[in-house]
Design a protein around this ligand. Sequence first.
Ligand SMILES: [Zn+2]
Ligand SMILES: [Zn+2]
Length: 167
Amino acid sequence: MAHQATEETIQLVKEIFRAYLREGNQRQTPERFMVLEEIYRSDGHFDADDLFFSMKNSGTRVSRATVYNTLDLLVECGLVQRQQFGKNQYYYERSYAYQQHDHLICRECGAVVEFCDPRILEIQKLMEQIHNFTVEAHSLHLFGSCNDKEACDHRKKNGDKIKNLTG
Ligand SMILES: [Zn+2]
Ligand SMILES: [Zn+2]
């Protein structure tokens, strides 16, 4: 699941974002597009500060406020998904041209594993039929702890927030 977006996808999401900003009479600043591009060039889950610092460290001049408000805009227009993994913190991930998946989350160290099982989609379809309902989105988080206690402790001690075990 974890692979970079293609150049084609990046161009496409920029177009979608541009149209969205234009429609809402929002400013189309280069910084906003840099935030979008950074997200689509990276993988997995991140929080707003992770994104801010990774852009800052790579020399991109963008303020924390811009990162935060661009994330809100991207969530609103559906290009980024916001996930809450139990605590008070939100994590984000790109959603366009990214395979539908669900999450296993370790409560000890915060590791996140993405998995994809088509049977979940089958359940969804069945529930739509039974309950005469249209499902537009779903979110499934399974909480627990890593069986590899050593790796889990290591991640916890190092304060690594989110580690994608598959990545
Ligand atoms: Zn995910
Ligand atoms: Zn763990």
